[in-house]
Design a binder for this molecule. Structure first.
Ligand code: MCA
Ligand code: AMP
Length: 509
């Protein structure tokens, strides 16, 4: 197999007349049409001055044509930079200027707001792409040739940059190479037995690793088909199962499915695989799903920086509450966080990973990169784990201050900085509290200045302009002070315990 992702995906095209996408109106888009559009867009990129190595930043919803944009970026030798559709202009400004994007593609309705932001960030060209394929990008690409000789890329060249917020300070751009993405996709095709016969229900967003690399690359590399849905809807997904073979989702998909009347053995009969990841799947959800359907959800574990690291087995025991075994070619170990001393089976420590899946480093942050690798090349994930005698890995906690809400990462530090800057606020602590739908609910504990009393609504409202909506606290609780240890550090575990039942009552946010 070739070293670059584009060549591998192109080589894996089955019959070009085969459907790659089945859209909501029942129409199909073939592999051939998708690659032809990618050729046109790659020519347009060249017209717009994109040269190999340039960053192409994209903030769109989920038109199927966005996949052609991704392919075009790879084909032109550019570096794809997908951005969450929920990011605010303030967040976008940082990513565009930090990555020095050459071209930015946004939604037509965002153009008026984001064109000045892009200009200010030094972006040379702007195009638009709407949820229905409208906008300047495809209009301009229509007159381009679909013939475009792919720019050869080496295994170590960058294919994508995905930003992950830092636990302290600025967001970091994880640099993913062609080797990272291709090796991981090829491993998943084999491990999860994807073939041309597969039809994946694709209901994830396509600006993060799960929906983009795990789902799309795996299906394309196996020559399968995707039933393309712009968002997750439990009714719709259950109705589609009769025409599909597989589903990939975050735990919220599964907690919603198991409470749905329609989830039955009959509804899921034709399905061969349900994958969960991006956040911990509760053992009770795994069990309930099994009882309702006879299927055992296959849980796997990954990170933006590493793509997929471990997976429960395809054949054999899919063990609830574990993330399975290291994938072929991936080494994992558990170590003592402070010293790096490698621990034995059954011992709890920080999980470290090494392999062709592990990223090249953080964009223009050599010190941060160095700080997260051990001298022997293992990447320190920040997840706390245990490896059992029989090799199953369990994620038992996090060393990093991170909340995962519905599969999206929220870094408390980022939310606290915004809250602390509000008038009347002395300080705040943002914590994740068990939430029946999102797994963890973002929750702010705020100490207000005596005599000044901002209320819950006004705090949330004030954050709306600067933070994506999924990062907004679902609840704001006011406290006289924050609990601190003898070192003066806020004891978030105390706050988490104190508010553990916050979302457990019916009707809670
Ligand atoms: C939507 N809302 C949320 C979330 N999603 N709040 C907190 N957390 C969320 N994840 C808010 C909206 O702002 C809105 O609030 C209200 O909930 C309803 O919005 P709606 O769009 O209707 O929500 P939904 O369609 O039900 O979406 C929930 C969802 C979605 C299906 C769980 O968030 C989702 O698709 N998540 C997947 C994320 C993902 O792909 N993660 C992979 C990262 P308001 O009305 O106030 O605006 S990759 C990764 O983590 C690694 C590498 C890995 O291992 O995969
Ligand atoms: P991200 O930075 O968005 O890629 O999120 C990666 C983080 O998601 C990991 O470091 C884990 O904390 C978490 N994660 C992903 N999959 C799982 C899983 N199956 N179980 C527990 N945590 C997970």
């Amino acid at each position: 197999m070739s070293d670059d992702l584009y060549s591998a995906l192109e080589a894996a095209v089955p019959d070009p007349k085969k459907a790659l996408f089945v859209l909501a109106d029942g129409s199909e888009v073939t592999y051939g049409e998708t690659f032809a559009l990618a050729g046109r867009i790659a020519n347009l990129f060249r017209q717009r001055g994109v040269v190999p190595g340039d960053r192409v930043a994209v903030q769109v919803e989920k038109p199927w044509q966005a996949v052609a944009v991704f392919l075009a970026s790879l084909r032109a030798g550019a570096v794809y930079l997908p951005l969450n559709a929920g990011y605010t202009p303030a967040e976008i400004a940082y990513f565009l200027s930090d990555a020095e994007a050459r071209l930015f593609i946004c939604r037509p309705e965002s153009q008026a707001t984001l064109a000045p932001v892009a200009r200010e960030a030094g972006v040379a060209a702007l195009e638009t792409l709407g949820h229905d394929g409208s906008g300047s990008l495809l209009e301009a690409a229509a007159s381009e040739s679909e013939v475009f000789e792919p720019v050869p890329r080496a295994a170590d060249d960058l294919a994508a940059i995905l930003y992950t917020s830092g636990t302290t300070g600025r967001s970091k751009g994880a640099m993913l190479t062609h080797r990272n993405l291709l090796s991981n996709a090829a491993t998943l095709v084999a491990y999860w037995r994807f073939t041309e016969a597969d039809v994946l229900i694709h209901a994830l967003p396509i600006f993060h690793t799960h929906g983009l690399f795990v789902a799309i690359d795996t299906v394309m590399l196996s020559g399968g088909t995707m039933i393309w849905r712009t968002r997750f809807d439990a009714d719709e997904v259950i109705a589609l199962m009769g025409r599909a073979t597989s589903l990939m989702g975050v735990p919220t998909f599964y907690t919603r499915l198991v409470t749905h009347q329609g989830l039955t053995p009959e509804a899921t009969r034709g399905m061969r695989l349900f994958v969960s990841g991006s956040a911990p799947l509760l053992a009770e959800t795994h069990q309930a799903f099994f009882e309702r359907t006879g299927h055992r959800i296959l849980e796997r574990y990954g990170m933006t920086e590493t793509c997929m690291n471990t997976s429960n087995p395809y054949d054999g025991d899919r063990r609830a509450g574990t993330v399975g075994f290291p994938l072929p070619g991936v080494e994992v170990r558990v170590a003592e966080a402070e010293t790096g001393r490698v621990l034995g089976t059954g011992e709890i420590g920080v999980l470290e990973v090494k392999g062709p899946n592990v990223f090249k480093g953080y964009w223009r942050m050599p010190e941060k990169t160095a700080a997260e690798f051990r001298p022997d090349g293992f990447f320190i994930t920040g997840d706390i784990a245990r490896i059992d005698d029989d090799g199953y890995v369990s994620i038992v906690g996090r060393a990093k201050d991170l909340i995962i809400s519905g599969g999206y990462n929220v870094y408390p530090k980022e939310v606290e900085s915004e809250i602390d800057a509000l008038p009347g606020v002395v300080e705040s602590a943002v914590i994740g509290v068990p939430h029946p739908d999102f797994g963890e609910g973002v929750t702010a504990v705020v100490v207000a200045r005596p005599g000044e009393a901002p209320d819950e609504r006004s705090v949330i409202k004030a954050l709306e302009g600067s933070l994506a909506r999924y990062k907004l606290p679902k609840r704001v609780i006011f406290a006289a002070e924050l609990p601190r240890n003898t070192m003066g550090k806020v004891q978030k575990n105390v706050l988490r315990d104190e508010h553990a039942g916050l979302y457990q009552t019916p009707g809670a946010a």
